[in-house]
Design a protein around this ligand. Structure first.
Ligand SMILES: [Cu+2]
Length: 167
């Protein structure tokens, strides 16, 4: 009986050992994954964006869209204006992130990327790219614009700075 009992105990110990190894093998990746996810959301990160200045309705297109002649004419809905957009126009980061925005301007008009709430202002000459770096120091939804009067109110976008999770 005693020997039988010992065998059972050894078997149990072996089974427990194997179960322990299996659990470790199964849990370790999950645990390390959770740790990595936590690191990713608690530490500020570098956020890089490339934004293009895109012509949407501009004088150069008058030959393509006949209606633009009337729109751009004195008294027309686009009198003194041209419609450009930032693409993408919605940027999202977390508070504390180091944000780098490269603005590519393939057009022959100069543009600006101006975000007054975070002290950002950069001019991008025609056919050029220019970059700006800043820290997303405040939570909120901040409007950025191109300050060229002819491009307002159309050339605009929004940077959303969210509070860091787990803070
Ligand atoms: Cu512009």
């Amino acid at each position: 009986m005693r020997g039988h009992g010992m065998r059972l105990t050894r078997r149990h110990a072996l089974a427990a050992g194997i179960l322990g190894l299996l659990l470790t093998a199964l849990l370790l990746p999950a645990l390390s994954g959770a740790a990595a996810a936590n690191d990713g959301t608690t530490a500020p990160q570098n956020r890089n964006f490339t934004v293009a200045a895109v012509p949407l309705l501009v004088h150069e297109q008058t030959g393509i869209f006949g209606f633009l002649q009337q729109d751009f004419a004195p008294g027309g809905v686009l009198d003194g204006k041209e419609v450009y957009g930032f693409n993408p126009s919605q940027l999202s980061v977390l508070k504390g992130d180091r944000v780098h925005v490269t603005v590519v301007n393939p057009t022959n008009d100069p543009h600006s990327f101006t975000l007054p709430d975070l002290g950002v202002n950069v001019i991008i000459d025609g056919g050029q790219a220019n970059g700006v770096s800043f820290v997303a120091s405040r939570v909120g939804a901040f409007t950025f614009v191109c300050t060229v009067a002819e491009h307002q109110p159309y050339m605009t976008g929004q940077l959303v700075v969210m509070p860091r999770p787990l803070e």
